[in-house]
Write a protein that binds this ligand. Structure first.
Ligand SMILES: CSC[C@H]1O[C@H](OP(=O)(O)O)[C@H](O)[C@@H]1O
Length: 372
């Protein structure tokens, strides 16, 4: 999407590899947002591993795209079977929950393993580039399918009334290569002149909502308010939310949705107040090998994300503050699972579908071989 009026993506090729020189991938360093817009270069497997593990890049589709290029970078100088396994294992170990990581790595292995070693590095760069473009196209289609839902609500609300959409964490273009998943319908509605307004859950502890979604919407001119995570239920009780759209890091074959911690609580509040709860779901985020969300590995991240906050001081410096007492232990679960029964619908690139096993399998019948 646009940054200071310029079309921008979260990841791009700076240079393809040449004899004796590795390629280079550019990324936005999302740990510096919202107060600093900084980019950095990935030139090795270790660079890609660090970028995913330390969340310079994050968001399920972008993790997958970065891992795909991480494989390409990792094969420079050695494209042997042993190296392929080393590269796969190093990237797979970065973060456990977003299934796009495994999906992208498996895609790369499917492409590279049958090839002679001499052809693998070039083929890896080509497949990674395809995965990037596929993500952009998928998200654009999710946007179009979600826009139809927003239009339905707009028609019921009457002219000029804002459509209030609550979202959690960042499932925006910063979580993907472009467009985002949950935000794609919002951007398309805004561009179509539909008066949308977004309630942005700050999303403790890393504040991906306050720091990333708000930054995106600011840059795109979309009206929004940042709210504390615990505000959503009150808003829904008072008729101030017309729909919820969130992203997902892994959705299982039965429609259970794993997403950033706190999503489940929003789904409960939406269910209790009759607010439609939609999940924007690109197909690489579907894990057909799992029958239930209970089997999804839930990442636990470090205590520092809970005990400290990062932000801009009065003097404009970027600083860190401790917000918990010395010695108070914390627990930092990164994700939770919303059962399919609380999901109104899944907005995929092939249409909006019920969060039910048969409906999902019917839309993506070619993925049946992945089923458990
Ligand atoms: C479109 S995937 C977005 C998804 O990823 C985020 O997790 P993280 O920032 O930890 O990578 C969050 O769960 C978003 O909903």
């Amino acid at each position: 999407m646009k940054v200071k009026g310029q079309p921008t993506r979260t990841i791009w090729v700076e240079a393809e590899p040449a004899e004796g020189r590795p390629g280079s991938i550019g990324i936005i360093d999302q740990t510096r947002l919202p107060h600093r817009f900084e980019t950095t270069s990935l030139r090795s497997l270790d660079d890609a591993v660090r970028a995913i593990r330390d969340m310079l890049v994050r968001g399920a589709p972008l993790i997958g795209a970065t891992a795909a290029y991480g494989v390409a970078l990792g094969l420079h100088g050695d494209a042997s079977d042993a190296r392929l396994k080393t590269v796969y294992d190093a990237l797979f170990a970065t973060r456990p929950t977003a299934v796009n990581l495994r999906w992208a790595l498996d895609e790369m292995m499917r492409t590279l393993q049958p090839l002679p070693e001499a052809d693998r590095e070039h083929a890896a760069w080509a497949r990674a580039a395809e995965i990037v473009e596929e993500d952009v196209a998928i998200n654009r289609r999710i946007g179009e399918n979600g826009l139809a839902l927003i239009r339905e609500i707009a028609a019921k609300k009457g002219d000029g009334e804002p459509i209030n959409i609550l979202t959690h964490c960042n499932a925006g273009w910063l979580a993907t290569v472009d467009w985002g998943t949950a935000t794609a319908p919002i951007y398309l509605a805004h561009e179509a002149g539909i008066p949308v307004h977004v309630w942005v859950d700050e999303t403790r502890p890393r504040n991906q909502g306050a720091a990333l979604t708000a930054w995106e919407l600011n840059n795109h001119g979309v009206p929004h308010h940042v709210v504390a995570d615990n505000t959503g239920g009150h808003l829904m009780q008072h008729g101030l939310v017309d729909m919820v759209i969130v992203g997902t890091d892994r959705t299982t074959a039965n429609g259970d949705v794993c997403n950033k911690i706190g999503t489940y609580l929003k789904a409960l509040a939406a269910h209790d107040n009759g607010v439609p709860f939609f999940v924007a779901l690109p197909s690489p985020t579907i894990d057909f090998s799992l029958k239930s969300g209970r089997d999804i590995p839930i990442e636990e991240r470090g205590a520092e994300e809970m005990t400290h906050v990062h932000g801009k001081t009065e003097s404009g410096e970027i600083g860190t503050l401790q917000v918990t007492p010395d010695g108070s232990p914390v627990v930092n679960y990164g994700f939770d699972v919303t059962p399919a029964r609380l999901v109104t619908g899944l907005i995929t690139e092939r249409g909006v579908v019920a969060a039910e096993e048969e409906a999902i399998a019917g839309l993506f019948s070619e993925r049946r071989q992945d089923a458990a």
